[in-house]
Write a protein that binds this ligand. Structure first.
Ligand SMILES: NC(=O)c1ccc[n+]([C@@H]2O[C@H](COP(=O)([O-])OP(=O)(O)OC[C@H]3O[C@@H](n4cnc5c(N)ncnc54)[C@H](O)[C@@H]3O)[C@@H](O)[C@H]2O)c1
Length: 246
C-alpha cells in the first residue's frame, strides 16, 4: 500500500484517464478528492472507491475558476487535514485548423487546460511547502512536445503545462515538493472516442507498439511518480505513447 494515509486531489476523475488514476491511487490506500464538472459518472467512481474501503470527497468545481478551486482545496484540507498528491488531469479539446479557429475555441482550451492547472497548483502549493512534502503530476501530451495540425490551441496549452511544470519544480524543490509532467500519446478514452474511425486508422501505424494506450497504463505511471520510489525525479516530462514520438 504505497499511499496509506496519503491524500490525493485528482481533477477530471469522472471518466477516462482521471477515473483510472483515482481507482489506482485508492487501491493503494489514498484518500481521494475529485474535482470535476460531471456529476452522474462521478458518483459511480465514488461508489467504486468506497467499495475498495477508501475515503472519497467529490467536489463539483470547474478548474478554470480560480476562486472556486481555492475554496475546494480548503474543503479538502478541512476534511482530510493535508494534501500529499495533486494530479492535474482534467482537460478539453476543441480541434480545428487555425484558419477556422474561433477566439472562443482558443480561450476555452487555454482556460481549462493551462489556467486550470495553474489554479490547482497555486491552491495547493502553500500547504505542500508547509508540509515539506508534496507531489504534483501534470498531464500534458506528446502534442505539447511536437505540435499537431488542427490542435494549435490544445498543443499550446499542453506546451504551457510543460513550462509551468519545470518552473514550479525549480521553485519548490528545496521545500520537498516534486513536480513532474506526463505526456501521453494516443490513449483510448471518451476524448479520443470522438475521433472518426478513419483518423484512428491513420494514427495507429505511427505507433511502434501498434496500438492505442490504456488509461490504466497512464494511471500506473502517475502512481509511480506519486510514490516514494520516484522521490529523486523532478521537472521531468515523461512520455507514455508506445513510441509514437520517438
Ligand atoms: N486520451 C488521450 O489520447 C490523451 C492524450 C494526451 C493527453 N491527454 C490528456 O489526459 C487528460 C485526460 O484525458 P481523457 O482522454 O481521459 O479525457 P476525457 O474527456 O475522457 O476526461 C476529461 C475529464 O475532465 C473533466 N473536465 C473537463 N473540463 C473540466 C473543467 N473545466 N473542470 C473540471 N473538470 C473538467 C471531464 O468532466 C472529464 O471527467 C486530459 O488532460 C487530456 O488532455 C489525453
Amino acid at each position: 500500500m504505497r499511499f496509506e494515509d496519503r491524500v490525493a486531489i485528482v481533477t477530471g476523475g469522472s471518466r477516462g484517464i482521471g477515473k483510472q488514476i483515482c481507482l489506482k491511487l485508492a487501491s493503494e490506500g489514498a484518500k481521494i478528492a475529485i474535482f470535476d464538472i460531471e456529476e452522474t459518472l462521478l458518483k459511480e467512481v465514488a461508489e467504486q472507491i468506497r467499495h475498495m474501503g477508501s475515503e472519497v470527497l467529490l467536489l463539483r468545481v470547474d478548474i478554470s475558476d480560480f476562486e472556486k478551486v481555492d475554496r475546494a482545496v480548503k474543503e479538502v484540507i478541512d476534511r482530510f487535514g493535508r494534501i500529499d498528491i495533486l494530479v492535474n488531469n482534467a482537460g478539453v479539446n476543441e480541434d480545428k485548423l487555425l484558419l477556422r479557429m474561433r477566439e472562443k475555441d482558443w480561450d476555452k482550451v487555454l482556460q481549462v487546460n493551462l489556467k486550470g492547472t495553474f489554479n490547482c497548483l497555486r491552491a495547493v502549493i502553500r500547504t505542500m511547502v508547509k508540509q515539506r512534502r508534496g507531489k504534483i503530476i501534470n498531464i500534458s501530451s506528446v502534442v505539447g512536445l511536437r505540435g499537431n495540425a488542427g490542435q494549435a490551441n490544445y498543443a499550446a496549452s499542453k506546451a504551457g503545462i510543460i513550462g509551468l511544470t519545470k518552473s514550479a519544480a525549480k521553485e519548490v524543490g528545496r521545500y520537498g515538493v516534486i513536480v513532474n509532467a506526463i505526456a501521453p500519446g494516443f490513449i483510448d478514452t471518451p476524448m479520443t472516442e470522438k475521433l472518426q474511425e478513419k483518423e484512428r486508422e491513420m494514427f495507429t501505424p505511427q505507433i511502434p507498439l501498434g496500438r492505442m494506450g490504456k488509461s490504466e497504463e497512464v494511471a500506473s505511471l502517475v502512481a509511480y511518480l506519486a510514490s516514494d520510489e520516484a522521490n529523486y525525479i523532478t521537472g521531468e516530462v515523461i512520455k507514455i505513447d508506445g513510441g509514437m514520438a520517438i
